[in-house]
Design a protein around this ligand. Structure first.
Ligand code: URA
Length: 234
């Protein structure tokens, strides 16, 4: 098995991050640092990551969290903001968020120690649909709706086609459902910003056909077997 796949299977990080770590000389096999991506691991080999021995996770864990606003999706940072990792069970398992939600955004976040799944779902070629509900200031005109549907230039690139639907309008603000397949940083915020609409709130309500449902903010649950199978095959 390739070394990067083995490291991801140990739940240390995604396969892509494992490749970066290998190239940076942070990984050794049988006591010897290996810096080549093609390195293979055989049963019985002792693999260390940053000097600590690692072995495949006995149990793979898949969790859906309703992330509250104000939490970051990385492990720690210099400003002391709380992390989503503070909200999910530790149980000696190293959970990794599948993709990101920005700090001000709430909603569905999948976390797992299955490095292979993280690698697949966050790979740029993977186009699972993420659905958001946003309260924006003002009303979306027909032209803006057409622009979101067809793609518009944001940060110098054209966004891919998106689904958008105005759910309701009240007191100068609109509740809008938007579904995108790309996973660029703060993409929904940038789309509305580009169209001149301030975002009051943004919540991810679905990933593919997995729905947040009535999971309350800050609460988590294990994914059911069929939900895990869906993510592995979508
Ligand atoms: N788009 C955003 O603007 N923020 C997120 O967290 C996810 C998608």
């Amino acid at each position: 098995m390739r070394l990067s796949k083995y490291i991801a299977g140990c739940g240390v990080c995604s396969r892509r991050k494992a490749e970066e770590a290998i190239l940076a000389g942070r990984v050794s096999v049988n006591g010897i640092i290996v810096a080549e991506l093609g390195t293979k691991v055989a049963p019985g080999d002792a693999v260390s990551f940053d000097g600590a021995k690692i072995s495949p996770e006995a149990k793979l864990v898949y969790i859906m969290l309703n992330k509250p606003e104000g939490y970051i999706t990385t492990a720690r940072e210099q400003f002391g903001r709380p992390s989503v990792l503070d909200l999910v069970p530790a149980d000696g398992v190293r959970l990794v968020p599948v993709g990101r939600l920005d700090c001000a955004t709430s909603g569905m976040l999948i976390l797992t120690n299955d490095g292979e799944l993280v690698y697949r779902l966050t790979h740029p070629s993977h186009d699972i649909r993420k659905t958001y509900i946003s309260r924006i200031e003002g009303m979306l005109c027909e032209e803006s709706i057409a622009q979101i549907r067809g793609g518009l230039i944001v940060d110098g690139y054209k966004t891919s086609r998106a689904h958008v639907k105005v759910l309701s309008v009240k007191e100068g603000s609109s509740l809008v459902e938007i579904a995108i397949k790309e996973g660029r940083n703060r993409q929904v915020r940038k789309i509305f910003d580009q169209l001149g609409h301030k975002i009051d709130s943004l919540r991810r309500v679905a990933t593919g056909s997995l729905r947040l449902g009535d999971l309350r903010k800050g609460q988590w649950r294990h994914l059911a077997n069929d939900e895990v199978a869906y993510l592995k095959n979508c």
